[in-house]
Design a binder for this molecule. Sequence first.
Ligand code: GLN
Length: 499
Amino acid sequence: MTKRELPALGIVEVQDLLRRHEVSPAEVLESLEERINAVDDKIGAYLAHDLAAALSEAEKADVNLPLGGIPIALKDLINVEGQQCTCGSKILAGYRAPYTATAIEKLRAHGAIPFGRTNMDEFAMGSSTENSSVQITRNPWDLSRVPGGSSGGAAAAVAADIAFGALGTDTGGSIRQPAALSGVVGFKPSYGRVSRFGLVAFASSLDQIGPLTKTVHDSALLMNAIAGHDPRDSTSLDAPIENYTKNFGRDLKGIRIGLPKEYIIEGLDPAVKTAVAASVKQLEALGAEIFEVSLPHTDYAVSVYYILATAEASANLARFDGVRYGHRADNIANLFDHYARTREEGFGAEVKRRIILGTYVLSSGYYDAYYLRAQKVRELIRRDFANAFEKVDALVSPTAPTPAFKLGEKTADPLQMYLADIFTIAANLAGICGISIPCGFADSESGKKLPIGLQLLGKALDEARILQIAHAYEQSTDWHKAQPPVRTERHTAGIDFDH
Ligand code: GLN
């Protein structure tokens, strides 16, 4: 093993090397740093990475812990004391977190080392990472395309071998959709499974932290670390923690998988359709039984989401007022001017659009027509899933309707951008869990391979089963082994180890 090959490994493999003392936690970090410095100017996945701080954690790392000495990148909206937490927004430029999120305390308790802050759509609002106020992130498979979003930096980092794994957040698809477009595994836990304490809130009834990794096994290991009840988050569920690898290796005999007929829509890319159909056959070959199911209120999911998520965001983002955090306008005339100019200068266009929309749907006179009605339809969507899960154990669908689109292709048309999450949003509204795993490729017109993601959805707290199905599928295919062009460029300034 040479130092320059290390970043190509997954968490399980690095863990094994660390335990056998073939590499040290410091060497792992240094190899990652070297690779970040060599390739991230092309990708733009990271907003910051502090090697010195991580190395001082590495000195104390206990490699016998489940994630001992493994660096994990974080989407730049999860607080770690002393680290930046910009949420991809100018309004939080220069802000340093005064405390640490529970999910990160848990990661550390499992031995992992938070290393690097990844780019994202501002306040997690977007599907391409183009709404970051800092930089764009490019898709490692085709640098002219988006990595997806809003956890696009995290997905691209994992895809380009500049992170072994990362934590992102998923409010309407922001882990699964970028995982699909960047060709990695992205797991959204059930609502309440992972504490949101220390996560900057976008839409509190929908947000969940979850892993982006190279393999399903790595996702399960990160879930083992971060899942569980937290008294500091009143919405976290007080349910027993499971070992998420416990079902690995079992076949899928007796598992019933539903194919929602409403998810076969016009506008579905033909390559996506073909790849998903082949994956369904593969699941069947592994022993699963496939049934057609119906989720009758699917058509309303995107509309309901853009009412509820914007309403919650308008309230959550009220705290960014220039008094307590981040940016504050200069030369203010009075209090109103202070608020107005701080927020005008600090927020980008999409965030402003959502605050305005959210304030509107909550305003008296419109509350009943929009917000209340959307809450009622949310309940119908939840019942659709409850009914489906009476008949089947899991649902299968594409993660996104198309492979990665071109940078700039959808920025002028927010509605088109919103439709990138057409298959992922309903799961957040229903609070269920879901995963995206690589399931094939489309060819771009310039001959590049563009990854396609398969989504599996499971009922709330049925994470172990979804991970089992995903693992069985992954192990029976080679999709996860394919490497983007940028990932194979590992011939830069590598210093070989003696080992
Ligand atoms: N793309 C969706 C949005 O823009 C979902 C974002 C997310 O999950 N954070 O709101």
